[in-house]
Every structure is written in C-alpha cells, then in structure tokens.
Design a protein around this ligand. Structure first.
Ligand code: SF4
Length: 321
C-alpha cells in the first residue's frame, strides 16, 4: 500500500490501539458490579487513567474516591487496574469492605516477582515513574529492599545494592527503548543482575508502541488519544517523536489545533490502552470534516488476549452485554 507519497489527505489507524485486556476487564468489573450487586459501588482511584471512562462510570453510579477513609464500612469497593499496596489490602480487610480487585493480572505478576525476590533477600530495582499509581503499589510490596529508578542518572546514584543478589523489574507501561538503555546500564553496574523471565513491559504496551512506530514512518503527524495521566499514552507520543514524526497527546477531538494540520497529508491516530474507541471515532470524524476523507486501518499485530473476571464476579459476565 503506497501511502507516504500520496497527496490525498489520509487518516492512518494503526491496529492494535486503545483498550487492552486489563482495561477491558477492569471496566467490565465496575459495570458488572453496578448492574449485579447494586449501588453504590466505590472505586479507589481512577479505575483506569482515562477521564471519559471515569466520567461515564460515575454517571452510572460508581463513586470514585482517593482514600478508603471515604468509603462506608461494608461497602463494595473496587481496586483499580493499577494495583494497590499490601497496606491498602489490609486496611480494606480491617474496615470490612467488600473488595473486588480489578488489578490487571500482568501488574499482579510484577507484584509477585517483587515479593518472591525480596523474601529471598534480593535487592529489587524497579524501573518506573515515581508517583504513578502502579509504581506506588509495586513499591509497597517490599519497601525495605526495593529501589526505584527512572533515569540513567538514578542508576548511577544507586547505593546499598547487593551486587550478587540483585534483580530488576519494570512498570508495565514504559517505553521499550528508554527501558533498554536503563537495563544496559544496570547490567554494566551489576553484571550478575537477574532479568525477569519475560519482559514486564506488557504485551499491550509493546504492541501499541511497535504499531505507532510503524505508522510514524508513513505519517507526517501522529495524534495519540489519551489522558494526561496515562503512562502508556504519553509513551506512544514519545515513541512517535523519537521516530522523527511530530506527535501530540489529545484528550479528545476538541484538543486538535487547526495549525497542526497545515501542510499535512497523512495523519496517524492511535490511542493509549485506557482510551475507548469512541474517542478515536470522534477524532476521525473531526479530521474528515477538515478534509481527511480517506481513512485506512493498518493492522500490524494481531492481538487475542483476554483475562478472566476475579472470583467474586465469576459467572456474572454473561448477564451483561
Ligand atoms: S496496559 Fe498492560 S498491564 Fe496495564 S492494564 Fe493493560 S494489559 Fe494490564
């Protein structure tokens, strides 16, 4: 398919984009809890990092809170896809809350790795972004034996690491390229460092980054639909920019600035793993009105990943369409 040389104004839609299996599961959990268990259903933190999703669920009866203190004893309480610390789990138990855990199974996998190695007296290096909800949860699994690094400078500054018993793990939504550089430096400093059995950067993050990189070769502008606090959406912007293409993060079609489109003929539109397809459709509709009447979906990687619902909701999923 010849695209790059064409002067027809075209929207390129890489596939995969948008919702991943962990986000679908987390949103399903809130919807099923609302429909089957009745309200109010409390959700600790944003269930996923997308404003549209949170506002939509709130309009249907979900109550989003920052702290468990805001939840009445005994109420149904959902933990977000990003996971929580053991202290939060304990507090919920002590408060008698009816917990449904929407933590993505791939985040839980990282927690279990951290727990296992810290119990075996390893120093754990977590590569991730400070203050991200997922990182806060993972750090809480082993506060005495885990170090967070976000940059190469953080690797240089590491102290009190046991060089013969050290392992690294990562936040699930990092840039693969940036992380590789940090991992290489860690290996230089600690040649015996243990790597995770398989990358902790999740399949959805990897696939969306690979897809946007491929589209960036053909597009002269990339729009990434996602919220500002969405880690993987921000990484998609960086990946496109690192590939040499102008790229912007937009929350919705309303954020598109006309001057961005001046002289552009091929606009790639993708979405972070927490962004619903309806927002992509609205962006495409807006671009069509601005003359980008040709729309091409480019499937780069096939995805077929599904996660089962947690035990409290098993068997209820068929009731909800
Ligand atoms: S981005 Fe990856 S780790 Fe995060 S919810 Fe989706 S599948 Fe799970």
């Amino acid at each position: 398919m010849e695209i790059a040389g064409s002067k027809q104004k075209t929207v390129l839609l890489p596939k995969p984009r948008g919702f991943c299996a962990g986000v679908i599961r987390a949103v399903d959990i809130v919807e099923i809890a609302l429909e089957q268990l009745g309200g109010p259903v409390y959700v600790r933190k944003e269930i996923v990092h997308n404003r549209y999703v949170v506002d939509d669920l709130a309009a249907r009866g979900a109550v989003f809170v920052d702290s468990l203190d805001e939840i009445p004893s005994g109420a149904v309480t959902i933990f977000s896809a990003h996971g929580v610390t053991p202290e939060i789990r304990k507090e919920a138990l002590n408060r008698g809350l009816r917990v449904i855990d929407a933590t993505c199974p791939l985040v839980t996998k990282v927690h279990l790795e951290v727990l296992r190695y810290s119990r075996e007296n390893y120093t754990v290096i977590l590569i991730g972004h400070r203050n991200h909800d997922e990182v806060i949860g993972t750090l809480g699994e082993a506060p005495g034996s885990i170090h967070l690094v976000s940059t190469l400078a953080d690797v240089e500054a590491l102290e009190n690491v046991q060089p013969d018993r050290v392992v690294y793990t990562t936040q699930t939504t990092l840039s693969m390229d940036d992380t590789n550089a940090i991992v290489e430096r860690l290996k230089q400093r600690f040649p015996r460092i243990i790597a995770p059995a398989s990358s902790d950067i999740c399949y959805a993050t990897q696939n969306r980054q690979a897809a946007v990189k491929a589209i960036a070769e053909k597009a002269d502008l990339i729009l990434v639909v996602g919220s500002e606090n969405s880690s993987n959406s921000n990484r998609l912007v960086e990946v496109a920019q690192n590939a040499g293409t102008t790229a912007y993060l937009i929350g919705s079609a309303r954020d598109i600035q006309s001057e961005w489109l001046d002289g552009r003929f091929h606009v790639g539109v993708t979405a972070g793993a927490s962004t619903p397809e309806i927002l992509v459709e609205q962006v495409v509709g807006d671009l069509k009105e601005r003359g980008f009447t040709c729309v091409r979906e480019v499937e780069l990687i096939e995805e077929d990943v599904h996660f089962p619902l947690p035990a409290p909701l098993e068997g209820l999923e068929r009731v909800v369409s």
